[in-house]
Design a protein around this ligand. Structure first.
Ligand SMILES: *Cc1c(COP(=O)(O)O)cnc(C)c1O
Length: 373
């Protein structure tokens, strides 16, 4: 009996068998024709990497054990000891900690570029500068980078542009089509989308970098396990349905929150008064994603009361699941910045970040209304 599954089963195996020496030679002679060892490649992680590669329009991709592993692999693909990188000051806290605490030890130096100066990099560039790391949409203030302009600026200075596209996803923005060299994801977030898997992915615009990424993934052991790959792949199949749903809910909630007396500011690119609204609309093809931040009173008691009363937005410091949640940048993602850095980024006691899910929007609005009362 021949068993022909409709979807890829989970190849929950660390290693694959060979018939004889001839088969072994085929493995090395025809790369990609067979599997040897799951850290080097597994049908499930390859399926995920290929799916993300296709969505982003890349020349090759790897699936990694986390978003952090994806950032590490992307930076290592371009840098070695003695090199220097630029990083947008508005960046995921883990990215800056990795650069400050770990890559610095490996001889890779970093300079942070304030959002306002991202398109004028000359003053920050050194002879050893290799790249700029930036995000399509930043956390927690949802500042939107003009990727086409950024790519032009980087290439004029001989730098690569590496973009963390976790918040936007390729459903809003495909950075490689705008000139970006490497795009990466915390697959943990929207791509997997169900808050049940930790994973990452890196996609390269050119085949040489894709090959480097593959080697780095294998040798540093950054690759993703079959089960996690399978779960992420299952999530990815509905990404194109989830992103419009997240976006529509988030826009309705942002509009509602803007009108509430206890809310001092709402940071959401879909609101017309957002500083990069026009860019976000064009670059996101009319969708603005499910992430926003809300500024309440700068009073921990007010924030605590809001968290305690909300039922549909549990305080869970991650994001992008089908179920809504909220997070607190000052205490979690941006905890280890200096007080000056926190103040510069507008991260204060009253700032709460919402990850809007795909539940019926009336239920979310009713919950927020009672939580704010
Ligand atoms: C969560 C996150 C990461 C890190 O991803 P992990 O999967 O947690 O390792 C990187 N970048 C952004 C924008 C994130 O939100």
């Amino acid at each position: 009996m021949e068993i022909i599954p409709k979807i890829t089963p989970i190849y929950q195996t660390s290693v694959f068998k060979f018939e004889d020496l001839n088969e072994l030679e085929l493995y090395f002679g025809e790369p990609g024709s067979r599997y040897l060892y799951s850290r080097n490649g597994n049908p499930n992680s390859d399926e995920l990497a290929e799916a993300v590669n296709r969505l982003e329009g890349g020349a090759g991709a790897i699936a990694t054990g986390s978003g952090m592993a994806a950032i590490f692999a992307a930076l290592l693909a371009c840098c070695q000891a003695g090199d220097h990188v630029l990083c947008a000051a508005d960046i995921y806290g883990g990215s800056s900690s990795l650069l400050n605490n770990e890559l610095s030890r490996m001889g890779i130096a970093v300079t942070y570029v304030p959002f306002e100066q991202l398109y004028d990099l000359k003053q920050f560039v050194q002879p050893t500068t290799r790249l700029l790391l930036a995000e399509t949409m930043s956390n927690p203030l949802l500042r939107v980078a003009d990727l086409r302009r950024l790519a032009t600026e980087c290439h004029q200075l001989g730098l690569k542009l590496v973009v963390d596209n976790t918040f936007a996803t390729p459903m809003l923005t495909k950075p490689l089509t705008l000139g970006v060299d490497i795009v990466l994801h915390s697959v943990t977030k929207y791509i997997a989308g169900h808050s049940d898997v930790t994973a990452g992915a890196v996609v390269a615009a050119d085949p040489e970098t894709a090959a480097r990424l593959k080697q780095i993934g294998v040798l540093y052991g950054l690759t993703l396990s079959p089960m996690e790959s399978w779960l992420a792949m299952r999530g990815l199949k509905t990404l194109h349905l989830r992103m419009p749903a997240h976006s529509h809910n988030a826009l309705a909630i942002a509009e509602f929150l803007q009108e509430q007396p206890g809310v001092r500011a709402v940071y959401y690119p879909g609101l017309p008064d957002h500083p990069q609204h026009a860019l976000a609309k064009e670059q996101g093809h009319g969708l603005f994603g499910g992430m926003m931040s809300v500024l309440l009173a700068d009073d921990a008691a007010v924030v605590n009361r809001f968290m305690q009363r909300s039922q549909r937005f549990p305080f869970a410091p991650s994001l992008a699941g089908v179920d809504s949640s909220l997070s607190y940048p000052l205490g979690t993602s941006h905890r280890y910045l200096t007080p000056e850095q926190q103040a510069d980024l507008g991260i204060t006691v009253g700032l709460v970040r919402l990850s809007v899910g795909i539940e019926p929007v009336e239920e979310l609005l009713a919950d927020l209304q009672q939580a704010l009362r």
